[in-house]
Ligand binder design. Structure first.
Ligand code: PLP
Length: 464
């Protein structure tokens, strides 16, 4: 799962990092004239030239034309091995024949009725089997899933305050756009972290209902929940990723999730596992299966839809009483869209099978081992870490266990340079520098070699 850091043997030359960054930036700009032209056209109508701010990049985004299996092509015709995989939405690989066939068949049968179809039932049955969680509903994105999950927890408990992990991303609605991407000096004291709106337009009153605590510290979570109870702000739920995914990869320390499960149960607080990233990527039944800890509510999206927009909320019968009684209006015109459900069903039944996870694990092992070997041989300050289809090289002299250690230690310049090296050597990665890789059933050992070779070239240039 985790390969530990070799102590860095060399201090890195910052001037050399700057020089290589400039060279690689120039190279990327020179090889993407069609993206530049498309950006010039796009920005006059599509705000900022992109459909989501997470697709932005200076000086212009890299526009893609198509993908197949483990590969994507940009509008300049450059073929790259895809390790971005739509922020981890595509462990199936692009244009998988089984999903393409299921979607094509469904297209001809009508794509949307806003009425339930059999595929939605089959998908719910399979999620119930994989997660061991009895009740499910569908939505269209991870944000909708976490928003509805929190509403269900609030209705179930009759309380308003919620607890989240500092630095974790759970989507773009007001409840959870809190205490993410905060500069180190603004984090606040560990016993009483600051609730800071992430960007403009989020009411302070909404942010204050969301109380952040550190990851990997069950005792701190317990103390904070107890102090909230004393203040008359008993929380409805803790929402958390069982393994943090938006800071590279930060895995739970042994016993942490069990302790969180025990204390939330004892203190009468619902536990929501946000498995939008881990679900279907780190095991057939997500983190819930992998770590053997059962939440009260789970949220899925990304990989669920096999490339179409789908999200899900799963919960215990008790938690879902408020939905089934009609106290909570869990609604949405496109919930359970037939096209998305056909894709999800084909993905679950034919693509993300037990054998698929064996293949993914083998590639993951190869990549983690290959990257750690480069780190060790060149004495870089960092380590490779990952689980299932997810992984990263974390550039930090210290092991990252939570947001504070991340902010204290992460080498942003090296992360930025690594992204540029990848993009110029056939490795397509997420523009956000803190993202992890996602492997697919389509990745070959040779695809993983391309990644390691790009990393080694950077390590060699840096230490030459
Ligand atoms: C853990 C987690 N939860 C929720 C979301 C929100 O999902 P979406 O972008 O589909 O709304 C994300 C998106 O990256 C995520 O990483």
């Amino acid at each position: 799962m985790c390969r530990m850091s070799a102590p860095a043997t060399t201090g890195l030359d910052r001037a050399r990092i700057a020089e290589l960054t400039e060279r690689e930036q120039r190279r990327l700009n020179e090889r993407t004239p069609a993206s530049k032209a498309m950006y010039e056209r796009a920005r006059t109508s599509l705000s900022g030239g992109v459909a989501s701010a997470y697709q932005e990049r200076e000086p212009w985004p890299i526009y893609l034309s198509h993908g197949k299996g483990s590969r994507v092509w940009d509008v300049d015709g450059t073929e790259m091995v895809d390790f971005h995989n739509a922020f981890g939405s595509m462990p199936q690989g692009h244009a998988h024949p089984a999903i393409t066939e299921a979607v094509t068949k469904r297209l001809e049968l009508g794509t949307h009725f806003a009425a339930p179809t059999e595929d939605a039932v089959a998908v719910a049955e399979e999620l119930k089997r994989r997660w061991g969680i009895p009740r499910w509903r569908f939505v269209n994105s991870g944000s909708e899933a976490t928003m509805d999950a929190i509403r269900i927890a609030r209705a179930h408990t009759g309380r308003e305050t919620i607890v989240k992990i500092f630095g974790s991303y759970h989507g773009h609605h007001d409840y959870v756009m809190v205490s993410i991407g905060v500069p180190h000096h603004q984090i606040g004291s560990r016993e009483n972290y600051a609730s800071i709106p992430y960007g403009a337009g989020i009411p302070k009153a909404a942010a204050e209902l969301t109380v952040p605590v550190p990851f990997n510290d069950a005792a701190a979570m317990e103390r904070r929940i107890e102090s909230l109870i004393e203040e008359g702000r008993h929380p409805a739920c803790v929402i958390m990723e069982p393994a943090m995914m938006n800071l590279g990869n930060v895995l739970p320390e042994p016993g942490y999730l069990e302790a969180v499960r025990e204390l939330t149960r004892r203190l009468g607080v619902l536990l929501i596992f946000d498995e939008v990233k881990t679900g279907l990527c780190i095991a057939a039944g997500g983190a819930t299966e992998r770590f053997g800890v059962e939440p009260d509510i789970v949220t899925l999206a990304k990989a669920l839809g096999g490339g179409l927009s789908a999200g899900a909320i799963g919960g215990t019968e008790e938690a879902f009483e408020v939905v089934e009684r009609g106290d909570v209006y869990q609604v949405g015109t496109f919930n359970g869209n037939p096209l998305a459900m056909a894709a999800a069903r084909a993905s679950l039944e034919q693509v993300l099978t037990p054998e698929a996870y064996e293949t993914i694990e083998a590639r993951e092992e190869q990549l983690l081992r290959g990257c750690q070997d480069v780190v060790d041989r060149y004495g870089l300050p960092g380590y490779s870490v990952g689980i299932g289809a997810k992984g990263s090289v974390t550039f930090s002299p210290e092991r990252i266990v939570d947001y504070e250690t991340f902010k204290e230690n992460q080498d942003e310049e090296l992360s930025g340079l690594s992204w540029l090296y990848n993009m110029n050597r056939g490795v397509y990665m997420t523009p956000g520098r803190e993202e992890e890789w996602t492997l697919t059933v389509a990745h070959s050992p040779e695809d993983c070699d391309v990644f390691v070779a790009s990393f080694e070239e950077m390590a060699s240039d840096l230490t030459a």
